[in-house]
Design a protein around this ligand. Structure first.
Ligand SMILES: C=Cc1c2[nH]c(c1C)Cc1[nH]c(c(CCC(=O)O)c1C)Cc1[nH]c(c(C)c1CCC(=O)O)Cc1[nH]c(c(C)c1C=C)C2
Length: 526
């Protein structure tokens, strides 16, 4: 039977996707989407900024900026919401797709000669001539012949996984940088099974060797093939993405979340309550559900989807009924300061062509406090290389001829919180550059190995607790939590599947993971 009334808690990507898919699957059900903030979309925040000095405009992002074409659930949204004309793609052959860099600080160099900004190899051929070959090649050769050495435990950290197979230097140099760029976290804390499940599976397939697992052809059965391709209403989106490594939208990522919100507003069975938090979620006598909102309203939904950060959900249900879910507080989170800079010249004058660079964990570990010379920079994205099509005026060969260069520097995560303001931009300081921002610019100059002009625009956005660090054991903990929630009054929960917990803290942190999770909520309600 279709649910009578579904309350969706949280209007970020997962909440929006849940509401959209549930409203399509259950057109007769009442759906209420509650969001504490006055705007929906969660961490997705795009802004078009006018740069008056150069009569130009750029789109800046504070959260995710690009999407990967393999996430079919997002392509499906593009088709359902008719966003095809807003899509901009980054070609697989462009430098933004092929050239990625690592900045190796002097005191962090695994091998004395490798320091500064170095391009990572993108193929076997380029590996042979890469400065990293002296660390990568022996690590790869040794891994091939190394016996299976997986510990008995069902999970481990990304660092211990990579160190076990490729050696400590490899794990610290490449693994820590990769984890900085996705999770803004310490690779020694992040679960390999939760964060990179494919690595774990490929090691299995290779009988203990990752490289052998990559060489062995993967067997896909008919059931998996149907699951991969079926059930997505893709229209012409796959063809659009044929040459794309990543993509975004002309006006930034908010195009997607705004279109989802507008779609929902047009559905008669959906009610959106922005600016409405939840103060209590009560499960009464294992029978009815009661939701108390921050505006004092009481809702009695038959089903609840929580797309809230897990710690936020914990604070509203933990002591209001018999349900005890320690799973909700098992993982810490990372806070990232995102600093966007716009320079008054072509990208070629600022940085090499490419995606950007990541910085590995310091050899001595993370410092205990933030200092001017060590402000905790995780990496920098060369936005103009991939997303110049968002900016005006458009010119041929933007890398060499563009009027402006936009790039984004990210700090924080496992480093001590930098002394940056939570929210500040150049117009608010009348163009003067505060010392903390200047220090970041000095560090940027050090990384890029050149003096930079003053930016014509900059802004700082603090993303507090924006990415969960999924600790080892996360996959098993989530499995156990799902079982508890499906339980029907065995004394522990009795939710009988009427509460579903989804979102970045449960099943994957990428935009694709969040949208996909929303597509599958309530599958067992009929
Ligand atoms: C606020 C900063 C974020 C950092 N990581 C993420 C955010 C939102 C989330 C994230 N970043 C990436 C992925 C994987 C994407 C996928 O598999 O589809 C996720 C979940 C990869 C990535 N990292 C950076 C970029 C530009 C991308 C592409 C996707 C995106 O736009 O988010 C750069 C980067 N992200 C972070 C840092 C510290 C960093 C450094 C250069 C943290």
């Amino acid at each position: 039977m279709a649910p009578g009334h579904v309350a969706i808690l949280g209007g970020g990507l997962t909440g929006l996707s849940s509401a959209l898919h549930l409203s399509r699957r259950f057109p007769g059900s009442r759906i209420t989407l509650l969001e504490k903030q006055t705007i929906l979309g969660g961490w997705v925040r795009s802004e078009r900024v006018q740069i008056h000095q150069s009569d130009a405009s750029v789109v800046l992002e504070a959260g995710p900026r690009t999407l990967r074409p393999n996430a079919k659930s997002i392509l499906e949204l593009i088709n359902i919401l008719n966003l095809q004309d807003s899509v901009i793609t980054v070609s697989k052959t462009s430098p933004a797709a092929k050239a990625r860099f690592l900045y190796v600080p002097k005191d962090s160099a695994a091998i004395p000669k490798i320091e500064g900004l170095q391009q990572l190899p993108s193929s076997i051929l380029s590996l042979l001539s890469s400065p990293f070959r002296s660390i990568m090649l022996p690590a790869i050769m040794r891994e091939l012949i190394k016996r299976s050495n997986r510990p008995k435990a069902t999970d481990e950290s990304v660092d211990s996984f990579l160190a076990r197979r490729f050696g400590e230097s490899f794990a610290r140099t490449f693994g820590s940088a990769l984890v900085h760029g996705i999770y803004a976290a310490d690779s020694r804390k992040l679960s390999v099974r939760a964060a990179f499940p494919t690595l774990w599976q490929v090691e299995d397939r290779g009988g203990g060797s990752l490289i052998r697992g990559l060489i062995v052809p993967q067997r896909i059965n008919a059931k998996q093939r149907t699951a991969d391709n079926g059930n997505y209403d893709l229209g012409n989106t796959l063809e659009m993405m044929q040459d794309a490594s990543v993509y975004s939208f002309r006006d930034g990522m908010e195009t997607l979340t705004c279109a989802m919100e507008n779609y929902l507003k047009a559905q008669s069975n959906v009610h959106i309550l922005p600016g409405t938090g939840i103060s209590r979620l009560v499960h009464k006598n294992n029978k009815s559900i009661e939701l108390l909102t921050t505006s004092g309203e009481i809702l009695s939904p038959t089903h609840v989807v929580s797309a809230l950060p897990l710690h936020a959900l914990h604070s509203i249900i933990s002591d209001s009924n018999s349900l005890n879910l320690p799973h909700l507080t098992a993982n810490p989170t990372s806070t990232v300061h995102v600093v966007n800079f716009v320079f008054p010249c072509a990208p070629a004058q600022i940085h090499p062509a490419g995606f950007g660079y990541l910085i590995p964990r310091p050899i001595a570990g993370y410092p205990s406090s933030s200092t001017p010379s060590s402000p905790g920079i995780l990496g920098t994205v060369f936005d103009s290389c991939s997303l110049y099509a968002q900016d005006t005026p458009s010119v041929p060969d933007y890398f060499n001829n563009g009027r402006l260069t936009k790039l984004t520097l990210m700090t924080g995560g496992p480093y001590p919180t930098p002394s940056l303001p939570p929210h500040l931009s150049s117009p608010e300081t009348d163009g003067s550059i505060p010392d903390v921002v200047r220090r970041l610019l000095r560090n940027l100059e050090l990384h890029l190995g050149k003096k930079l002009p003053d930016p014509v625009y900059w802004r700082v956005r603090k993303n507090e607790a924006c990415i969960p660090t999924l600790l080892p054991g996360h996959v098993d903990r989530m499995e156990e939590m799902k079982k508890i929630l499906l339980g029907s009054g065995d004394g522990r929960s009795g939710w009988d599947g009427r509460l579903e917990i989804v979102g970045a803290g449960v099943g994957g942190v990428s935009v694709g993971d969040c949208v996909e999770a929303g597509k599958h909520v309530g599958k067992h309600w009929v």
